[in-house]
Design a protein around this ligand. Sequence first.
Ligand SMILES: [Zn+2]
Length: 456
Amino acid sequence: MNTKVKKNRTWIWVSLGLIALIIVVWILAVKMEGRKPELLTEMKSASIGKTHTMTIIVSDAKSGIRKVWVGLIKDGKENTITIKNYPSAGFIGGGLIKTESVEISIDTQALSLTDGKAMFRFAVWDYSWRKWGKGNQTYLEKAVLIDTKSPEIDVLSRSHNVNQGGSGLAIYKLSEDCPVSGVVVDENFYPGHSGYFKDDSIYISFFALNHQQGPSSKLRLKAVDFAGNTGLAGFPNHINKRSFRRDNLNISDGFLNVTLPKFSGQIDLDGNEPIDSFLEVNRHMRTANAEHIFKVTESTQTQMHWKGAFQRLPNAASRAQFADHRSYLYKGKTVDKQVHLGVDLASLAQSPVPAANNGVVSFADILGIYGKSVILDHGFGLFSMYAHLSTIKVEVGQAVGIGDVIGKTGKTGLAGGDHLHYSMIIHNTFVNPLEWWDPNWINNNITQKLNAIGSE
Ligand SMILES: [Zn+2]
């Protein structure tokens, strides 16, 4: 053998050795990677009802996902809920799917599962060659409670005499802890809260009929438990029809000249006729402001801050009533119609405005058509609102007592003259303040009902 052939052979062996080394390194580092797949479960609650859906997200950035398995263990028996195999790009290619969200739905009745404690098991494997080719596995267990029973609602308050545009109170006891419960008036939901009575299975819900909801309105109590089971209960009620006043408001050019500049920066005043700018404010800004108010009144304290009749602005004449149906006339023509959802009270200009009852300030700022405004949370979804103020003397979060001065009357926002626009709100509905100013109404419809439960 000459040296040339020897050298060539050596070169071949070295090359083969290098290739083998690269393959071994590739197998060890890539095909036998040891990183476990990731598994994320999104469970809304630890209880599941008759049917339950959930999403799990699995991912494996290196080898891709091979298999997902979900089981539910109840009374020692394993029930397979989901089993999914994922494709690979051939023997050496690895998994095609790197991340996947898996929808899981369980029908506990179809599986003949009884109520009680159970356990979810989740497993996911990747396309790594580890574990003799089975892949890396991630495994997870989660305890759950199977609950297919609807919550029971025991209505404790007996009479519910409610006026159109007025307020009501329902008191009820729930058979189990529920994250959501309250009174449903047609489509509108008024959340109830525990915390008033020592027994925290007793809830109270202030509810309302808006100015359009008369005797045909349907009132029910509703409770939804952590597993999503819904319980409904009717309760005795009597709804009194109320009719409201009609009122014409003449919009003069003088009024527009004085009022519209207050809204510069919020609407385009230059490109529009003054009356069109007014309509923009009276319609769209009014709607947007109401939405803002109900964002504020969505959260409430579960403490009954108030006591006794609400106080009216002293020495003041009522200029407009709750739910006055207003027609806006411009140059003799009706240009708009709106419903006035508060009471207008006029006294001397810049009169001090007392808090109508004990509460906590939940809003103190400028708000569109309402101008400088204050909203007080009296607890359990009951609020009072003070608008068109010239000055605000309180801050959000501050506790105020009945009669404390919260500001001074004025004509900020959409107001022609100095007055207080006073509103009362239950959760997301303006209600007639007259009831809350009346000690007899409060006694008959609120206080006696609460006391009747307390003495039981
Ligand atoms: Zn008003």
